[in-house]
Design a binder for this molecule. Structure first.
Ligand SMILES: Cc1cc2nc3c(=O)[nH]c(=O)nc-3n(C[C@H](O)[C@H](O)[C@H](O)COP(=O)(O)OP(=O)(O)OC[C@H]3O[C@@H](n4cnc5c(N)ncnc54)[C@H](O)[C@@H]3O)c2cc1C
Length: 457
């Protein structure tokens, strides 16, 4: 039997746009709005039916986002430009800082992005998967998109890879970072109908013995997992359940890794308690390097199924064993299963840990973050968004930013997404490939139109 089948097919050109954004997540949404508001005819494609990526379907609506707003930005108070507008508009629908209530806020995130897309004139193509790039030599001219009605072609002057996994770049032949980086996949879930007052009153009364701690540590070492300390107060009950074979608080998934509620359970909101599971690789070599093969869909499927099964079993354990959970039930598991780190594209410049620590300065600065020294910043260069090896392409979000992990925090992804959209629109206006735009003009646009507090170069 032949090992390969050659595909040749004619595909209808459904649209011709200036800017095509693949991925409507944290980086892709502000990119599309920024490009459209700058006058570019813009289309955004996402495989889900609703927007927000990690903050929408992912249900991780805040995390470092509200920490950034509260702490790091003391002197700045808010995010800026489209990112700031997005956060403010979300908070007009909540009675708290965005991200305090993951479960509720993720719906607000999806709603607000949808409204901002409509108002900016972004053409949305949802429940649609970006697949093969349309290539002419080493220039990308759009994408083949699988829709419910079949495949269509969308031609574009500039394509932005905001898939969170460099899926477009990889198929287009961009230079890819070899080996997975800090993969650490995770998933959010919520248990409802919890008597949260009873649970919270019980928690501090728990006596965790030395044997309980030792037992948990031994399990952790054997299975190569981490982070289970968040559940320390549950160790005595988990130990009981483990002894009778009812529940494994760290559970292997095949030979790939082990899952646990590594971020613990979150502060309850009304009768709902959310939690986050994470997978650690079984060949864990260091805290930041894990070897899960994220490019292998079978591996990712096995992990996702393993996580879903484990979450169900965790909810059952909580119901059977934990005070306050007697009448509880598993309410939902996020449809989004993703990695914190991933495969990414090698761009014209790759920021390093040292750059971040030493306050690096670049002439093509397009964003500034804070070092650990009070008041000191370091620059993100525009080259960090320009993939090597493919023309007509920009990368944003996790597809572009690989190291160090703190650079992929949500608030930075939002701001950089916005920068990417502005750059794509400028490339269209200047009729050049994104790598050749006038970066000083981009910097001026970011300062004047987006109100980003970018230093003068
Ligand atoms: C489990 C987990 C926990 C995290 N915790 C934190 C935290 O506490 N604080 C923090 O600041 N950051 C955290 N992060 C990091 C942060 O969320 C990411 O860096 C950020 O989401 C990256 O944005 P993105 O736009 O690249 O990806 P995403 O937000 O994931 O968006 C990617 C989008 O692309 C779409 N897509 C993918 N492939 C295709 C395709 N082929 N066709 C069409 N659409 C496609 C997806 O549906 C999705 O909407 C976490 C990440 C994960 C995965």
């Amino acid at each position: 039997m032949a090992r390969k089948i050659k595909l040749t097919r004619s595909v209808e050109v459904a649209a011709e746009v200036d800017v095509l954004v693949a991925g409507g997540g944290i980086g892709g949404c502000p990119a599309a709005v920024a490009a459209a508001r700058a006058g570019a005819k813009t289309m955004l494609v996402d495989r889900f039916g609703y927007l927000g990526g990690n903050m929408g379907p992912g249900m991780f609506s805040g995390g470092v986002l509200h920490l950034a707003i509260e702490q790091k930005f003391e002197q700045l108070q808010r995010l800026f430009g489209i990112s700031g507008e997005f956060v403010s508009r979300c908070e007009a629908h909540t009675d708290h800082l965005l991200g305090r209530d993951y479960f509720r806020d993720s719906q607000v995130v999806a709603y607000v992005w949808q409204r901002m897309m409509e108002e900016s004139g972004v053409d949305l193509l949802l429940n649609a998967c970006a697949t093969d790039p349309i290539m002419e030599d080493d220039t990308i001219g759009g994408l083949i998109i699988e829709t419910r009605s079949g495949p269509v072609a969308v031609r574009a002057k500039v394509t932005i890879d905001a898939t969170g996994n460099a899926e477009v770049g990889k198929r287009a032949g961009a230079e890819m970072l070899e080996g997975a980086r800090y993969v650490h996949p995770g998933m959010y879930f919520a248990i409802a109908n919890v008597d949260t007052a009873k649970y919270l009153a019980w928690l501090p009364t728990v006596q965790v013995s030395e044997e309980d701690d030792k037992w948990a540590m031994d399990v952790q070492k054997t299975l190569g997992s981490w982070g289970s300390g968040h559940m320390r107060n549950l160790f005595p009950l988990m130990r009981q359940a483990w002894r009778v074979g009812e529940y494994r608080f760290i559970k292997p998934i095949g030979t790939i890794g082990a899952v646990t509620v590594d971020h613990g359970f979150y502060k309850p909101v009304r009768d709902i308690i959310g939690g986050q599971v994470g997978v650690a690789d079984s060949n864990l070599t260091s805290d930041t390097t894990r070897q899960i093969d994220v490019g292998n869909h079978r591996v990712m499927q096995e992990l996702e199924q393993g996580c879903r099964q484990y979450i169900f079993e965790t909810a059952q354990f909580m119901r059977r064993y934990v005070p306050g959970f007697e009448n509880s039930h598993l309410h939902m598991i996020s449809p989004y299963f993703h990695n914190r780190g991933c495969q990414g594209m090698i761009c014209e410049y790759r920021l390093t840990k040292e750059d971040a620590a030493n306050g690096a300065r670049f002439d093509d600065v397009i964003f500034q973050d804070y070092t650990n020294e009070p008041g000191q910043t370091y620059d993100f260069p525009y080259r960090q968004l320009v993939p090597k090896g493919v023309n007509g392409l920009l990368a944003t979000g996790k597809s572009a930013i690989i190291d160090p992990p703190s650079n992929r925090a949500r608030w930075k992804m939002l701001m950089l997404g916005e920068v990417t959209g502005a750059a794509a629109a400028l490339a269209v206006q200047q009729d050049v490939t994104p790598g050749k735009i006038d970066v000083h003009r981009l910097q001026a646009i970011l300062r004047e139109k987006h109100r980003h507090p970018l230093r003068e170069v």
